[in-house]
Design a protein around this ligand. Structure first.
Ligand code: FES
Length: 154
């Protein structure tokens, strides 16, 4: 059994084997691994005695759960109206050119994930890109390119 499988079992065994603990189990797995893998979902369902259909509908209902691995660094490009008018699409295109990923995708090396989001409430700073929770105002493809190089080096 792999070290990750052992860790997963330890995490799951912290909760009583009852269906009402499903969300807690999913939350802990999401926090530990950044997503809920099919293997983790199987183990949770076996442990809690919950049908897979129910567990998947819970995991897809809440935005805080992901069924796909996420990158180490999260890039959010705001596509709200103010940002859109100031070139947000060019920023998303720049990320796609540089990393080969579109919104909701993760780079194959699991370094970056890209999300296109609605207004971030910082329209005066448009266009806005948020990388690892840090806001970057007046983003341009050139600035974003350098920023991603710096983040990748850290
Ligand atoms: S539209 Fe981008 S921050 Fe409001």
């Amino acid at each position: 059994m792999s070290a990750q499988a052992v860790q997963l079992d330890e995490l799951i065994d912290r909760y009583p084997a009852k269906p009402e603990y499903l969300i807690f189990l999913l939350q802990d797995i999401q926090a530990a691994y950044g997503y809920i893998s099919p293997e983790a979902m199987d183990r949770v369902c076996d442990h809690a005695g919950v049908p897979k259909s129910r567990a998947y509908s819970v995991a897809t209902f809440y935005q805080s759960f992901s069924l796909k691995p996420k990158g180490e660094h999260k890039i959010r490009v705001c596509m709200g109206t103010a940002c859109h008018l100031k070139g947000a699409q060019r920023l998303a295109d720049a990320v796609e050119r540089k990393l080969g990923i579109k919104p909701d995708e993760t780079s194959p090396d699991l370094k970056f994930s890209l999300e296109a989001v609605h207004c971030l409430g910082a329209c005066a700073m448009a266009p806005v890109v948020v990388v690892d929770d840090e806001y970057h105002a007046g983003a341009t493809p050139g600035k974003l390119d350098k920023l991603l190089d710096n983040v990748a080096r850290d």
